[in-house]
Design a protein around this ligand. Structure first.
Ligand code: DX5
Ligand code: ZN
Length: 220
């Protein structure tokens, strides 16, 4: 089994020094760079657009894992792909046509993901498994960093692990929200392959990043 990979969410970085922050978190051992895109419509917050992703792209060669919390998503998929996203994940509720959106992401040569909110049933992926490179399980309600981990994400991850294994497809299983060293081990044991961590990666400033990520990996 591959060791657990960590995708620090730059939502918890210092936005006034974002390029430096991406370089620092990359050097500290980040496996992917998680970018939270929020539109003040699908979620009650407003964050990062394609221009920022484009500006950050030269600062890291790690995969840019772009989590789209925007509705509708289709109109922005191409702009984020051109800006340098490697993985683009969408919420089924953001609609209107999940299958079409995933096809569009794949047609742009990018990896496609579906994000399941805490109350979104696993069945949301039933008819799109063939189009998936990633399933992202939300362990908080989307919109803000620094929220508490919702325990019901764990049995959901276990069920998805079984489903992915039965499918035989190389689909990553990622978890997002309230992840820290106290739950990373349980998440890895449940079958997660990638952990998003905002607060837990960026707390303490740049001198702490390497230790923060090492602690998450050691716990996972
Ligand atoms: C929430 C975002 C998360 C968030 C995670 O909507 O999708 O990526 O930034 O932050 P922490 O790790 O602080 O819960
Ligand atoms: Zn996220």
């Amino acid at each position: 089994m591959q060791p657990i990979r960590i995708a620090p969410s730059i939502l918890s970085a210092d936005f006034a020094r974002l390029g430096e922050e991406v370089r620092a978190i990359d050097a500290a051992g980040a496996d992917w760079i998680h970018v939270d895109v929020m539109d003040n419509h699908f979620v009650p917050n407003l964050t990062i657009g394609p221009m920022v992703v484009k500006a950050l792209r030269p600062h890291s060669a790690k995969p840019f894992d772009v989590h789209l919390m925007v509705s509708p998503a289709d109109a922005l998929v191409e702009a984020f792909a051109e800006a340098g996203a490697d993985i683009l994940s969408v919420h089924p509720e953001a609609g209107p046509h999940l299958h079409r959106t995933l096809m569009r992401i794949r047609a742009l040569g990018k990896k496609a993901g579906v994000v399941l909110n805490p109350a979104t049933p696993i069945g949301a992926i039933d008819h799109v498994m063939d189009l998936l490179d990633l399933i992202l399980v939300m362990s908080v309600n989307p919109g803000f960093g620094g929220q508490s981990f919702i325990e019901s994400a764990l049995p959901k991850i276990e069920q998805l692990r079984r489903r992915i294994d039965v499918s035989g497809k190389p689909i990553e299983l990622e978890v997002d929200g309230g992840v820290d060293a106290s739950n990373a081990g349980r998440l890895a044991a449940a079958g997660a392959t990638v952990l998003v961590a905002g607060t837990a990666s960026f707390r303490g400033g740049p001198s702490a990043y390497a230790a923060n990520i090492a602690a998450l990996k050691a716990a996972g």
